[in-house]
Design a binder for this molecule. Structure first.
Ligand code: HPA
Length: 241
């Protein structure tokens, strides 16, 4: 039982639940009880990042409790799903991306387990924030499921919950970011601090602010995400045991 999936906006109720487990951690409660789910290749743990029902904003997620709870259950590999805006105009709504880099623009989030005198101080190596092996796991599953997935991209992690200004997106583009979302950090770094392999599947929900002439509609974001979940489910069911 070493695999876990952290689901983001739009990715609740994706899989058949076999069991639910309440887990408490020294950092508080995770976003929801952990669900053991059935995938074609076996079972895995599933944790909805924003709670069930979806109610926790990105800056209020207890990322430490979520990662600690998975670690306490014996998880060693985390595949995370996030909704993103496409900064690269080539990333249309519905596109799937497995990013290989990120830049953290968040502020004020509790972002480390090394936080007080009692916790060991670790300066984790983070040059490549996503596990190369798990990225290949996602890309391989997409290939088997016959799904087009973009291999690589730089995820800009913004604070939210508001969407960005057009000027902010231009700056992120100049910084080299191709995607923007609100949750990859501190999640990815906390996983690294506990030595858990971590990779991410991004679902492009909308062109980022100013990338298209049309204003972003949150209703349309939800329509795109609902539609994309068929592909997301197919990809996870194509994972190998
Ligand atoms: N910006 C930040 N996060 C997002 C977006 C966006 O445009 N779309 C979905 N999540």
């Amino acid at each position: 039982m070493s695999l876990a999936i952290i689901g983001g906006t739009g990715s609740l109720d994706l899989f058949e639940v076999i069991e639910r487990r309440e887990v408490k951690t020294t950092w508080g409660d995770p976003s929801a009880p952990l669900a053991r789910i059935q995938l074609a290749a076996g079972s895995a743990w599933f944790l909805p990042r924003h709670g069930q029902p979806h109610h926790i904003p990105p800056h209020r997620v207890n990322y430490r409790a979520n990662i600690q709870a998975l670690s306490d259950l014996g998880v060693s590999r985390i595949l995370a799903i996030t909704a993103v805006g496409g900064i690269d105009p080539g990333l249309a709504p519905g596109a799937l991306v497995v990013p290989d880099q990120l830049i953290d623009y968040t502020w004020g989030r509790v972002h480390s387990f090394s936080d007080d005198a009692e916790s060991p101080l670790r300066h984790v190596e983070f040059a490549n924030p996503f596990s190369a092996v798990l990225r290949q796991t996602l890309l391989g599953a997409a290939d088997r499921a016959g799904l087009a997935v973009v291999d690589g991209g730089c995820y800009a992690v913004t604070q939210g919950p508001r969407l960005e200004t057009a000027a902010e997106i231009s700056k992120l583009a100049r910084d080299g970011c191709s995607l923007v979302g609100m949750t990859a950090m501190p999640e990815a770094a906390l996983a690294r601090e506990l030595d858990l392999a971590y990779a991410m599947l991004c679902v492009v929900a909308n062109p980022a602010a100013g990338v298209s002439d049309k204003a972003i509609s949150v209703d349309e974001i939800h329509v795109v995400l609902d539609r994309s979940m068929v592909q997301v489910r197919a990809l996870f069911n194509a994972l190998e045991a």
